[in-house]
Every structure is written in C-alpha cells, then in structure tokens.
Design a protein around this ligand. Structure first.
Ligand SMILES: CC(=O)N[C@@H]([C@@H](O)[C@H](O)[C@H](O)CO)[C@@H](O)CC(=O)C(=O)O
Length: 269
C-alpha cells in the first residue's frame, strides 16, 4: 500500500500511559484499554503523544509502549499511530524506524523542542529527515503550539512542502484553536492531506469546516459523545450535534477547574 492510500476516519484516542506506582510501565493494562476504546467506537490510537507523556519517557519505554499498542490492537484497532517527536531528530529517526519495524500504521512528530524551528520550511526539513527513516509509513506533523511553542501557520508548512519534498507526508494532527489556519490548510490541501483535528471541545467547528478525523484525549472515555455528535452532524441534525459538543465542553470545563492537564484528563478513568 502506498503512503497516499492511508486513510483515517473518525476518532483517534490519544491514550494515557498506564504506569505502576513506582513509575514503571504497566503494559498488561493496555489489553483491556483497547477493548474499552473499541466499546466506545474508538478504533484508532495516537500513542506516546502529549496525553501519553511520550516526551517524558525513555526511548526504551516509548518502544515498549508502541510495541504493546500494536500487538494489543491487532484485529481490534484500525490504526495505531506512533508519535516519535522530541528534542533529538536522531532519536526520532530511531523511533520512526522502530515503528515501521513493528507494523504501526503511521507515525507523527512534533517539531523539535528547546531548539525549535521557526518557519514552515524548517519544519518541512525536519519532517524530511524523520520521514526518510520510515519510508513505508505515512507521516503526520503534530501541530501543538501551546506546548511545542512553535507558532508557525501550518499553511506555511504546506507551502514549504511544495519545494522541500517529503514523500511520506500524509497530513497533520492539528491541535490548536486557530480555525483560520485550519480552514486554510483544508482548502490548500484540497483533500490531498488528512487534517486530523485535535481540540475536542471544538470538534464540531472542525467538522463543519470539513474535518473527517479527530485526535483527542477525552475520546478515551467520552468517545460515545463524539461519535453521537458526528452521526448527528452527518444526518443533518445540527441541533443534536451541538448538544453533544456542549456536553463535552461542560465536562471539560468542570475538569479544568480541578487540576492541570494531563492529570485531570486522566482522572475520569
Ligand atoms: C494538549 C492536549 O492534551 N491535547 C489533546 C486534546 O484532546 C485536549 O486534551 C482537549 O482538547 C482538551 O483541551 C489532544 O490533542 C492531545 C493528543 O492528541 C495527544 O495526546 O497527543
């Protein structure tokens, strides 16, 4: 299958990383975790992202986690996307190679942190190097300016990709509130790229603009709400869709009154 054949539709959970009290990974919990997601109609995962605290894990832990999600998801999940980003491009290449070797369906990367790219072209150059390490895997750019502090317009990245060639580039995971840039990306890519939307509390806005896939932390336990929202929207029942989005906003508001992310997002589990 060519990279451009990769498709994804619907919800992608950004799973928490189960740990024991001493901080070791608790991998066996991932088996029931997969079933819990599937029961909510969530058939895709985005592993080692920000919710999964990938950036705080060692290389060995990230690899074990990716392996476990791929094996536990076999025959149950449609796609396991492995996030490989961090501070070191060399480490990202290694994680990309590893993801490819274990049979993950796709990879994604944040821009490097600490020493950050500042332009779309620089991000494209990083993607080129990381993507080349896993030539058979679709690659997504993880846009999370609140945490990465890389405040590019993703449309500038799409522009840059016309000259900086990244053959495996398949799209973005867009976790920001900037619907102008998000909308521009949809128009710019004209269906060529997949623009997974990542702010659960305004997924309906993205849906209206044309999003078809969504990555979120709250899909871990509230997948049914978002699936109902999507169905209502697809059926033309905007009022019902709005009701579901308002419900998700309501509980996020309650959660955010109590602690910081991702701790608070994990608590409902
Ligand atoms: C920073 C963060 O946690 N963003 C979440 C959202 O689901 C977010 O928690 C939610 O929209 C509440 O703000 C996802 O986009 C994160 C995600 O996909 C990931 O963990 O990689």
């Amino acid at each position: 299958m060519s990279v451009m054949d990769f498709q994804i539709d619907g919800l992608v959970a950004a799973p928490f990383t189960p740990m024991k009290d001493n901080g070791d990974l608790n991998l066996p919990l991932i088996d029931p975790y997969v079933d819990y997601l599937v029961a909510q109609g969530v058939l895709n995962t985005f592993v080692c992202g920000s919710t999964g605290e990938g950036a705080s894990l060692s290389m060995a832990e990230r690899k074990s986690l990716a392996e476990k999600w791929v094996s536990a998801g076999k025959g149950k999940l449609t796609n396991v996307i492995v996030h490989v980003g961090g501070c070191s491009i060399t480490d990202s290449q290694e994680l990309a190679r590893h993801a490819e070797s274990i049979g993950a369906q796709a990879i994604a990367t944040l821009p490097t942190c600490v020493f950050r790219p500042t332009t779309g072209k620089q991000v494209a150059e990083q993607l080129q190097i990381i993507g080349a390490a896993a030539p058979s895997l679709p690659l997504f750019f993880y846009h999370l300016p609140d945490m990465s502090k890389v405040y590019i317009m993703v449309e500038d990245l799409l522009d840059a990709l016309e000259t900086v060639k990244v053959p495996t580039f398949r799209g973005c995971k867009y976790t920001d509130y900037n619907m102008l840039d998000y909308g521009r990306c949809l128009v710019h890519s004209n269906g060529k790229y997949i623009m997974m939307y990542g702010r659960d509390e305004q997924g309906l806005c993205a849906l209206v603009m044309g999003a078809t896939s969504f990555v979120g932390s709250t899909f871990n336990y509230a997948g049914k709400i978002y699936n109902r929202m999507r169905t209502a929207y697809d059926n033309g029942d905007l009022e019902a869709a709005r009701k579901e989005q308002h419900m998700s906003q309501h509980f996020l508001r309650i959660l955010s009154n109590h602690a910081t992310l991702p701790t608070v997002l994990e608590n409902p589990l």
